[in-house]
Design a protein around this ligand. Structure first.
Ligand SMILES: [Zn+2]
Length: 186
């Protein structure tokens, strides 16, 4: 059982394909009820929505930095335990480097910090669904789990990759910032 805030306590969860699909919450004065959480995050078997949203907001702060370089606004962070160990934003245009996606830069920073490319006790939060290249590199770095703010319908992204546990957090700002970027380009 895990206390999320004053009013909501996770009582139990079910696993399906390694993802929590339902939780039972208790709000004081109400009966136990079941809520679908497929769109939300799971933290070490227990789900903590507030914390997941805090992390995706941190990734979003990184995405905002892309406005300086005319890069597609995508931000990523890597966490270990509950500590943020790397932050990065897309710098493809700024660096003139097709590999400089936010996820790749964050993986490089985390590897440097931990002095190993084995990031198997780390999780990634990224504002936009990782592309196929980043999905491969995430696997290469052995990152355990990925949470992303918005789906990328154009890309063959991480949601199609059955080897990685990934969860879309439906973070509205993450989606809007990319939409606005491409609208301004037109
Ligand atoms: Zn990518």
């Amino acid at each position: 059982m895990q206390k999320i805030n004053q009013s909501i306590v996770i009582y139990k969860y079910k696993l399906y394909n390694n993802k929590a699909i339902t939780i039972v919450v208790h709000e004081p004065g109400q009966v136990w009820k079941e809520a679908a959480i497929s769109e939300f995050a799971m933290c070490d078997g227990l789900f903590n929505k507030e914390k997941a949203m805090d992390y995706i907001n941190e990734a979003y702060k990184e995405a905002l930095k892309c406005s300086k370089s005319d890069d597609v606004p995508v931000g990523a962070i890597i966490i270990r335990g509950d500590k943020i160990i790397a932050r990065a934003h897309n710098q493809k245009e700024k660096r003139k480097d097709p590999l400089a996606h936010a996820e790749v830069l964050a993986i490089r920073k985390a590897s440097k910090k931990l002095k190993t490319w084995h990031l198997n006790d780390c999780k990634m939060y990224v504002t936009l669904e990782p592309c196929a290249m980043c999905s491969s590199i995430i696997k290469e770095a052995r990152i355990k789990e990925v949470f992303y703010g918005a789906k990328d319908s154009k890309e063959k992204g991480i949601s199609n990759d059955k080897e990685i546990t990934s969860t879309c957090l439906n973070h509205e700002e993450s989606s809007l910032i990319v939409k606005r970027f491409f609208e301004e380009k037109r």
